[in-house]
Design a protein around this ligand. Structure first.
Ligand code: NAD
Length: 259
């Protein structure tokens, strides 16, 4: 089935390279004809985002810096979007970070700094971005915000540790933001993706065995890829999902239903 989002503009936050889930979402949006605004964290990320954006069908993309640890950068980034584009129809928030040493071993080893850092970048950033959208009236006709989470936010997954706790906070934020922004017809949902080999995933201890167990035990007996997550994001960005908000959709070959 072909979905058309030709008259729509989406902000995709968190493309690091071609393996990023954010890039799978960008590819799905591009296939639907949407215009894309990319944001990246660090100057060194800009080149690879530009190289990937050049492969898209639509060349009217924008690429802006937005390190979500900085309120100033969030404000400048979304103000620039307002000035250059006027209004947008949705945001894919595909951002997370935790210290590598806190993604292995016992959860009790977490430090105060590590706890706050993971929550700041991986959870608070969604609320900060949603606030910018609201304050700048970037979605006057309503819209859709999608973030990415993982089963470790609902259940204990070995080594996921502090990121699981931050994802639980992110998933609760989705519900509260969905309530707030529902008044503006802005929907907020999360996709709980199965494990995918990305730059961030490499930081999680023993990631290979997480993948192996998923392939063995998931009802579909396979892993998932970034385009499959991208297609679900496309659904959440489209009118097909117009009555869905505050929801968490698992794109994990069914792994989460297993006891
Ligand atoms: P990735 O490394 O490609 O993407 C993570 C992105 O977060 C990078 O682009 C990085 O630059 C960005 N980021 C980190 N700190 C930032 C900051 N301060 N400001 C702005 N951006 C910042 O890895 P990914 O796996 O595609 O991760 C995307 C999202 O998907 C994350 O939320 C991750 O937790 C989630 N997720 C990943 C998996 C998986 O197995 N890969 C599974 C479920 C959910």
């Amino acid at each position: 089935m072909h979905l058309s989002l030709e008259d729509k503009t989406f902000v995709v936050m968190g493309v690091a390279n071609k393996r990023s889930i954010a890039w799978g979402i960008a590819q799905a949006l591009d296939a639907a004809g949407a215009r894309i605004i990319f944001t990246y964290a660090l100057e060194r990320n800009e080149k690879s985002v530009l190289e990937l954006a050049e492969t898209l069908n639509r060349k009217d993309y924008l690429i802006l810096q937005c390190d979500v640890e900085s309120d100033e950068q969030i404000q400048t980034c979304f103000q620039t979007i307002k000035n250059e584009v006027g209004t947008i129809d949705g945001i894919a928030h595909c951002i997370a970070f935790a210290r590598k040493e806190e993604l292995r071993g016992d959860y009790t080893n977490v430090t105060r700094e590590g706890f706050l850092l993971a929550h700041n970048i991986s959870s608070y950033s969604l609320s900060a971005v949603a606030k910018a959208v609201k304050d700048l009236e970037l979605m006057p006709n309503g819209g859709s915000i999608v973030t990415l989470t993982y089963l470790g936010g609902e259940r204990v997954m070995e080594n996921y540790n502090i990121m699981g706790v931050a994802k639980a906070s992110l998933e609760a934020s989705v519900r509260y933001l969905a309530y707030d922004l529902g008044k503006l017809n802005i929907r907020v949902n999360s996709i709980s993706a199965g494990p995918i080999r990305t730059l961030s995933a490499k930081g999680v201890g023993d990631f290979n065995s997480i993948l192996k167990v998923m392939e063995e035990r998931a009802p579909l007996h396979r892993g998932v890829d970034t385009r499959e997550v991208g297609d679900t994001a496309l659904f959440l960005f489209s009118d097909l999902s117009r009555a869905i908000t505050g929801e968490n959709i698992h794109v994990d070959a069914g792994y989460h239903i297993m006891g």
